[in-house]
Design a protein around this ligand. Structure first.
Ligand code: ARG
Length: 568
């Protein structure tokens, strides 16, 4: 369709030159989707824009342009309102555009001019802690972005930056030893509830017993120096958590696997080098015993420069040092063009400062784009951050259980129930502007009407069931003659541009809105165009429109990480 839009623009440009001379050669008619259905398919406000420079009434300009233009059978043009040109594609063009979808497994999405290697850093839960709704958002958004970027032709490297290192492991290992749990094989079999209980016992002892706190600190040193017993128990804790995270990923149906883990621990050996290199390049300053960098342009509320702490006063390396080492690895070893961090928007200052320091240190060339895709908080029904009644963070498992329970009320069969529950949760998460907080309202997001994941799955299942009643060897799109057929055909041509837009903006809500619009056009089509009862070429065209819509719905939902069952 893109080539037709370009051709039509060129025809309008020619008409401008014919009517008003070379001065206006090359002016962009700015063809935009029509704001209202009655206006046709596209609109141009060219006459209004030319009125000033030409000193003529816009309607007169419009009439002369329409008279002069030769749209070459692509479309019909009409003067409207104060001086708009309304454009309606010819039915043949629309039919041919739908026909093109059948010859292209990528549904019109073309590979980009420059194929980028993109790291998507997402999910990133912390070992021996529960995955919470924030990690859910990162997992769902990152999964969709990874799928869209891949589909759009980029090379995606998924990285799950697991929180598997830090001082808390001193305390955890010390607690294990104190309780006589010395066998790594047994520890690696702990489930999430047991890991959390261990964490709580360790934390309580650490806070109450100064002797324990001291040995926990010594244990951190043992871990950092690679003492075998400590290291084996740490690894067992990591393994136990990874098994639990993997189970959640499987349940959610996301792409992440064990191969994508890229935990903080792997950067531990590089951390002293980070500090040394920052010192050599003159960026490092000492502040209250800590080693810090003051990147340009960051000040706190009091106007004082903000430090990025690279090494704490107690000698430990922080989260920021690890992120700096991670950037070096991604640039030097992975040769990335772009890094996308899908992390809660409360960490935006952390990332801005890390990026600034990495650029200043020369580790992050200008040619590599780094973006923090921050997202808002999931709120409970009371409009406050989602908590259980007793005030604890809602666990991911509890949340998915509730979504499955809601789906089970309307659907049968464990696979469909799971697919619907995931669709409800994911669509609700992806259909807002990412930065916005949203209320986790299960009844609303699980409804089969309105803008929800289950509604789109239902639209797909409904069209699949029509198609199942009229199996075809091949689909033949004729000329869509009914306005509802044309409307649906037009919507179908919007898939490729919206995928490109999401790959560019990293905003999945454009795709959710597009799919909802497509499902709405499908409903309008059903209302006025019987499919199975139609005959001859009309029936062939309608079946082809159904199948093209089914493919686009299925592919589009797939890019959101949502399954599209044929029966529900
Ligand atoms: N583990 C961190 C957390 O739970 C998120 C890590 C995000 N990625 C990164 N490269 N810092 O908050």
């Amino acid at each position: 369709m893109h080539q037709h839009t370009l051709a039509l623009s060129a025809h309008l440009q020619d008409a401008v030159v014919t009517c008003f001379g070379d001065t206006y050669a090359g002016i962009d008619p700015e063809l935009r989707p029509a704001t209202r259905r009655e206006f046709g398919h596209l609109q141009s406000n060219l006459p209004l824009r030319l009125a000033g420079p030409l000193g003529l009434p816009p309607r007169e300009i419009g009439a002369r342009l329409i008279d002069a233009v030769d749209p070459g059978g692509l479309a019909t043009l009409e003067l409207a309102g104060a001086g708009f040109i309304n454009i309606t594609w010819s039915p043949d063009v629309l039919g041919a555009a739908v026909g093109d979808l059948f010859t292209d497994p990528h549904l019109g999405v073309r590979t980009p001019e420059t194929r980028q290697r993109v790291v998507v850093d997402y999910s990133s839960p912390n070992v021996a802690k529960q995955m919470h709704v924030g990690h859910l958002r990162s997992t769902v958004i990152g999964d969709s972005l990874a799928r869209v970027l891949t589909y759009a032709g980029h090379e995606v490297v998924r990285q799950n930056h697991l929180g598997d290192w830090g001082t808390q492991f001193g305390m955890l290992v010390e607690e294990l030893l104190g309780e006589g749990l010395r066998d790594p094989a047994a520890v690696s079999g702990l489930d999430m509830a047991e890991l959390l209980a261990l964490y709580q016992r360790a934390k309580a002892r650490f806070d109450d017993d100064p002797g324990f706190a001291d040995s926990a600190r010594r244990r951190v040193v043992a871990l950092q120096s690679g003492e075998p017993t400590t290291l084996a128990l740490w690894q067992a804790l990591v393994d136990a958590s990874m098994a639990e995270f993997d189970a959640v990923y499987g349940r959610l149906g996301v792409l992440l696997t064990g191969d994508d883990f890229d935990g903080e621990s792997r950067y531990n050996p590089q951390l002293p080098g980070i500090v040394d290199d920052l010192r050599t390049s003159g960026l490092l300053t000492e502040s209250a015993g800590a080693q810090v960098v003051y990147p340009d342009g960051f000040t706190g509320r009091d106007g004082a420069a903000l430090p990025l702490i690279v090494r704490k006063a107690d000698g430990g390396f922080g989260y920021a040092a690890t992120d700096l080492a991670t950037i070096r690895h991604r640039v030097d070893d992975l040769a990335v063009d772009r890094v996308v961090y899908v992390v809660d928007h409360r960490q935006s200052q952390h990332f801005d400062m890390v990026f600034a320091v990495a650029r200043a240190a020369g580790w992050l060339p200008e040619s590599v784009e780094v973006q923090h895709i921050g997202f808002g908080t999931v709120l409970g029904p009371d409009g406050r951050p989602f908590k259980t009644r007793s005030g604890e963070t809602v666990t991911l498992t509890a949340l998915l259980d509730a979504a499955e329970e809601a789906a089970a009320a309307s659907y049968a069969g464990p696979e469909v129930v799971r697919a619907v529950a995931n669709a409800a949760v994911k669509y609700a998460d992806l259909s807002n502007h990412l930065a916005r907080d949203y209320v986790f309202d299960l009844a609303r997001m699980s409804a089969t009407t309105g803008e929800t994941g289950p509604y789109l799955q239902y639209a797909h299942a409904r069209v699949s069931s029509i198609l199942a009643q009229a199996p075809q060897q091949a689909y033949a799109v004729g000329t869509p003659s009914h306005p509802a057929e044309q409307r649906l055909a037009l919507e179908l041509t919007g898939f490729a541009p919206v995928v490109a837009k999401v790959a560019d903006t990293l905003e999945p809500h454009h795709l959710t809105a597009y799919l909802y619009g497509l499902a709405t056009a499908l409903t309008g089509f059903y209302e006025s165009c019987p499919v199975l009862k139609a005959e001859g070429e009309v029936r062939q065209t309608r079946l082809a429109l159904c199948e093209a819509t089914r493919r686009v719905l299925s592919a589009g939902l797939g890019l959101l990480g949502i399954e599209a069952p044929r029966r529900m």
